[in-house]
Design a protein. Structure first.
Length: 218
């Protein structure tokens, strides 16, 4: 149930709308909403009580890289994230986590490693599902950071590497976000095969034979 903001922020979703939203969702076995870790608390429990199915809360951990996390300016720290995940676990509410690939201020050579480390951290905190999201430019700020040498757009090969490394992150199900995947750098020859490989892995949660390409492989 996406509202382009924090679901438990009363400025984004007025409290008087909550009962009607819960009623509309009664025919579903599960409902997922997105929320900042700092907003997870009593309103979360109230919504979980109102809906008929299970509640899953999606939280953007994004990265545990200490420098990059500070520059993202999302007011997210590990202590706050940990408190939120403990609260959800205590009340039997499912957790989904968003993890970035290619966050600004992370060296390109370390990008995949920090994505995997962040996914592992989320899994240890109880995430049942983890989405790996490649950072995409287009808002002007990332282009500015790229000009300063603080951001390098992730490639399709890096997204593959990250998903390959995260498939064994038990007990979470890990998937690569393929929205706008054609913007990720890869040559025309191997791109279709790589994208289809990622789609299959997202569906099955199992590894696939690698796509080889002399132009794109590291």
């Amino acid at each position: 149930m996406y509202n382009a903001s924090n679901f438990f922020d009363h400025r984004a979703v007025p409290p008087e709308d909550i009962p009607a939203l819960a009623e509309l969702s009664r025919r579903f076995a599960a409902v997922t909403v997105e929320a900042h870790a700092s907003m997870i608390g009593p309103p979360t429990l109230e919504f979980a009580r109102l809906i008929a199915g299970r509640l899953e809360v999606a939280v953007g951990l994004e990265t545990i890289h200490p420098v990059a996390a500070g520059h993202l300016n999302k007011h997210m720290d590990l202590e706050r994230f940990d408190r939120a995940t403990e609260f959800l676990a205590e009340h039997d509410i499912d957790l989904r986590v968003f993890v970035l690939l290619g966050a600004p201020y992370i060296d390109r050579e370390e990008s995949v490693e920090w994505t995997v480390r962040t996914a592992e951290y989320a899994a240890r905190r109880g995430a049942a599902a983890i989405a790996l999201i490649p950072v995409r430019g287009g808002n002007g700020e990332l282009e500015r950071l790229a000009g300063l040498g603080h951001f390098t757009a992730p490639t399709l090969v890096q997204l593959e590497q990250a998903l390959d490394a995260c498939l064994g992150v038990a007990p979470a199900a890990v998937a690569a976000d393929l929205w706008d995947v054609d913007r990720l750098v890869a040559c025309a020859e191997c791109r279709p095969g790589r994208v289809e490989r990622l789609r299959r892995m997202n569906l099955t949660g199992r590894g696939e034979p690698l796509v080889t390409c002399s132009d794109c492989d590291p």
